[in-house]
Design a protein around this ligand. Structure first.
Ligand code: PLP
Length: 481
C-alpha cells in the first residue's frame, strides 16, 4: 500500500482527473522540448485512462523508461518541462554565486561563468553583519579548537555540548522566559514546535495568520489539527473565529512580529488580548526581529514590553545573529514538552558546538550594544528617503525591510540582473510563491555597514534603470503597522 506521500507524489503531478495539460502546453512553443515532453506525458496518461489512482502500483511508477510507447512516466522530461514552465513565467530561481568578504561586509565577490567582480550586497539577512563580527568569529574559533567540528550526535545521544546548554540559557534570558530549546534552523523550529504542539494537544485548533511563513504553515499542516486562517494582522477577525469555537478545546494562535516580505508589524498586544479572552496559547515568530528590535535585541515583543504575554517566542540564529539555527523560548514545561515529543528536534544531529558558541557570542554582544541597531535604522531611513525622492515605488512599513515594488516577474529579474552586471549591486528578485503573483519585488535590506557612498550609488542606479526601462514612478503604497 502506498503511503500518503507516494500517492500525492503520483497524483498531484498529473491526476487522471486533472485538467489536461492544454493550458500548460499552450504556454510552450509546440516544438519545444517541454511541449513534447508534456504531450508524451499526456499520451501516457491517456493510455493509463481507466486506471484509478488506487490501482496504480508505486513499484510500476518507479520503473522509469524512456522507450517510445512505454507506459511508465518519463521522469526526466517531466522535470525539465516543469522547469521550462518556471523559466517562461519568469520565476526560475538563479542563485548568485557569491564569496563573502570577511571584514568588508556587505561586499562580496560575484562569480559569473569565468568572470568575477566585486559587488555590494543589498539583500542579506545577516542584517547587522554579525556573521563577521570579531567576537563571534573568536568564539567560533575557540570552540572549534576546543571541541572539533561536529556535535557528534543528536541532543539525546552524545550530541549535547556545553555550548548548547549555555546558548539555551542565553536565549531564555533574552526573551525573559524560563527555558529555550535549540533547533537546526528557524524553519525546523517552527515546523517541529507547531507540528508537535498542535498534534499532541487533543482536539487542538490552530489559528494561523494569513501571512504566516511556509515553515509555520507546513508545521501546522503536518500536525493534522484543525486550522483556521485569520485575516492578516486582524485581531477582530481572530476574535470572530475564536468566538465560534468550543471554549474547552485547546487553541493556539500562531503569527509573526515582522513579516519578512512586506515588512509590516503585527499588532501583538491586540492579538494577545484576543487570545487571552479566549484562553488561547500564543506562538510568535520573531525571526525578522530578534537582534534588531528591543533594548537588548529581544525583538518587537521586547521593544513593546510584551514578551511576558506570549506563550512561545520563536526565533532564528541565522539572520541578525549572523550564524545558523533556530529556537523556541517559553515556560520550562512547554520547552520540555517539545523537547520530549518533537521528532524534528529528537531525530537529528545537534548544531556544531562552534555554531552554538558563535550564536551565544552574537546574542551577548547585541544584548549589550545598541550601536548596530541604531546605525541599521539610520541606513534604512536613508535608503527609503533616497529612493522615495526619486519616485521609486516602495511599500511603506515601519520595519527595516525596503520592498521596491515591480509587480512583474520578468521585469523584476531583468532589473536585478542589470543592477548586478551594470552597477555591481546585488538585490535578488522575489517572485511567486514567496510573494503573491503581481506583487513581485526587489527586497532591499540595508545594513549598518553600508556607507553613505553605497547608499548614494544604490539610489543613482535605481534611478538610472527606472529611466532606461521606462518604469512608472509612484507615490508610496502604505502598509498599515
Ligand atoms: C518568518 C520566518 N520564519 C522562519 C524562517 C526560517 O528561518 P531560518 O532561515 O533560520 O530557517 C524564515 C526564513 O526566512 C522566516 O522568514
Amino acid at each position: 500500500m502506498a503511503s500518503d506521500l507516494e500517492m500525492s507524489t503520483t497524483y498531484d503531478i498529473a491526476p487522471a482527473s486533472a485538467p489536461p495539460d492544454a493550458a500548460t502546453t499552450a504556454r510552450l512553443p509546440a516544438s519545444s522540448k517541454g511541449a513534447k515532453a508534456l504531450r508524451r506525458t499526456q499520451a501516457h496518461l491517456d493510455r493509463l485512462g481507466a486506471i484509478k489512482p488506487h490501482e496504480v502500483r508505486p513499484a510500476a511508477a518507479r520503473e522509469a523508461s524512456t522507450e517510445p510507447g512505454s507506459l511508465t512516466m518519463d521522469y526526466e522530461s517531466f522535470f525539465k518541462s516543469e522547469l521550462d514552465r518556471l523559466r517562461q513565467e519568469g520565476r526560475y530561481r538563479v542563485f548568485a554565486n557569491l564569496e563573502r568578504d570577511r571584514g568588508n561586509f556587505p561586499h562580496a565577490t560575484w562569480r559569473d561563468g569565468g568572470s568575477q567582480r566585486k559587488v555590494t550586497v543589498w539583500c542579506s539577512n545577516d542584517y547587522l553583519g554579525m556573521g563577521q563580527h570579531p567576537e563571534v568569529l573568536t568564539a567560533m574559533h575557540e570552540a572549534l579548537d576546543r571541541c572539533g567540528a561536529g556535535a557528534g550526535g543528536t541532543r539525546n545521544i552524545a550530541g549535547t555540548n556545553h555550548y548548547h546548554v549555555m546558548l539555551e540559557q542565553e536565549l531564555a534570558d533574552l526573551h525573559g522566559k524560563e527555558a529555550a530549546l535549540l533547533f537546526t534552523s528557524g524553519y525546523v523550529s517552527n515546523w517541529a514546535s507547531l507540528g508537535t504542539l498542535a498534534a499532541q494537544m487533543p482536539g487542538c485548533v490552530v489559528l494561523s495568520d494569513a501571512g504566516n511563513h511556509a515553515s509555520m504553515i507546513e508545521g501546522i499542516r503536518h500536525s493534522r489539527a484543525q486550522r483556521i486562517i485569520f485575516r492578516h494582522n486582524d485581531p477582530e477577525d481572530l476574535d470572530r473565529h475564536l468566538s465560534s469555537l468550543d471554549p474547552s478545546v485547546p487553541k493556539l494562535v500562531a503569527f509573526e512580529s515582522v513579516y519578512s516580505m512586506d515588512g509590516d508589524v503585527a499588532p501583538i498586544a491586540e492579538i494577545c488580548d484576543v487570545a487571552d479572552k479566549h484562553g488561547a496559547m500564543t506562538y510568535l515568530d520573531e525571526v525578522h526581529a530578534v537582534g534588531l528590535y528591543g533594548p537588548r535585541g529581544g525583538g518587537i515583543a521586547e521593544r513593546d514590553g510584551l514578551s511576558h504575554r506570549l506563550t512561545i517566542i520563536e526565533g532564528t540564529l541565522g539572520k541578525a545573529f549572523g550564524v545558523v539555527g533556530g529556537y523556541i523560548t517559553g515556560s520550562a514545561a512547554v520547552c520540555d514538552f517539545v523537547r520530549s515529543f518533537a521528532s524534528g528536534f529528537i531525530f537529528t544531529t545537534a548544531l556544531p558546538p562552534a555554531v552554538a558558541a558563535g550564536a551565544a557570542a552574537s546574542i551577548r554582544h547585541l544584548k549589550a550594544s545598541s550601536q548596530e541597531r541604531e546605525r541599521h535604522q539610520a541606513n534604512v531611513a536613508a535608503v527609503r528617503a533616497g529612493l522615495t525622492a526619486k519616485g521609486i515605488p516602495l511599500l511603506d512599513n515601519p520595519s527595516h525591510i525596503v520592498p521596491v515594488m515591480v509587480r512583474d516577474p520578468v521585469v523584476c529579474k531583468r532589473i536585478s540582473d542589470r543592477l548586478l552586471a551594470e552597477h555591481g549591486i546585488y538585490v535578488q528578485p522575489i517572485n511567486y510563491p514567496t510573494v503573491a503573483k503581481g506583487t513581485e519585488r526587489l527586497r532591499i535590506t540595508p545594513a549598518p555597514f553600508h556607507t553613505e557612498a553605497d547608499v548614494a550609488h544604490l539610489v543613482r542606479s535605481f534611478d538610472t534603470i527606472w529611466a532606461e526601462e521606462g518604469l512608472p514612478r509612484s507615490v508610496q503604497a502604505r502598509v498599515p503597522a
